[in-house]
Ligand binder design. Sequence first.
Ligand SMILES: C[S@@+](CC[C@H](N)C(=O)[O-])C[C@H]1O[C@@H](n2cnc3c(N)ncnc32)[C@H](O)[C@@H]1O
Length: 324
Amino acid sequence: MSAISDGQMVLTFDNTLEVKEAPPTVYPEIVFDFDKIFSEPLTEENMRNNNSLAILGESLSVLKKMKDNSVQLIFADAPYNIGKDFGNNSDKWESVQAYIEWCKTWIDECMRVLSDTGSMYFMTATQHMPYLDVYVSEKYNVLCRIIWTYDSSGVQSKRIFGSLYEPILMINKNKKASYVFNYDDILVEAKTGATRKLIDYRKKIPQQYSTKKIPGNVWDFSRVRFKMDEYENHPTQKPEALLERIVKTSSNPGDVILDPFSGSFTTSAVASRLRRVSIGIDLNEEYYEIGLRRTGIATERNGKNLEKIKVRKTNAKSKYVRGE
Ligand SMILES: C[S@@+](CC[C@H](N)C(=O)[O-])C[C@H]1O[C@@H](n2cnc3c(N)ncnc32)[C@H](O)[C@@H]1O
């Protein structure tokens, strides 16, 4: 039986010391009032629970209804203009110029709704990112240029080196703005130094290399495969591990995270698991329904059971692989 407790150590009546694990951090139940960040009511279909809001709609028109400085983190994985099949909407613009102009409009709207201390990560195809990099470098502040790399044993080009990475730009409003960077929450195993039992002589008192380090800007995460539990019926689903790193780094529990091109709602699913508040938007009804299930908002919609039935991504190749 315990007599004295200081949280970690307990002195028992038979005078032995029990070391107790620190109690887990208990966060208060999140109940977020989504209406407070909209300046006008949503006309789009939407469903919500205490910490997730899923919207079936066009992202620019939804963004326009959101107040300035209302979200802490944005992850935007827009269509890449490479001809992917997203069901009822096309991933093809008249010209690269038209695509870039469209991207600039949603980037500006996102930066308006982003909090002054927030960060936005966005993705596009490797060939389009340079145009957007120049645009945001001049207007906002680029914090980091990240490469998401992966291996692939699928169809490979025999004429050029295969494209095995996608760029991610991490930006904030301006150079002087402070931003969240929870590096302690994303430490990875250090591959050199510690494993080779080297001594770090750069320290005042030489000591062994640390076994953990803050990841660099090249992120190696496997793409989502059919056999993985997290697989959803979406052609460009991003891995949960990728979103987990972004959410942990750039937000705290209770913060609001927005994904204006949610697809299979990976961002919202990860945000809920990590006790953040999420807003997800997608045009496609089937993807919206995936979102309702993945966030735990609903298990059925209009009498349809939203249970997961996996279908292989047979029609998901870009025009480069299809050779068009
Ligand atoms: C690259 S995917 C996003 C994939 C997502 N990150 C995931 O992990 O599943 C882009 C998504 O944007 C949606 N979309 C395209 N144009 C849109 C628009 N104007 N408004 C809202 N969603 C749009 C498509 O339906 C598609 O699901």
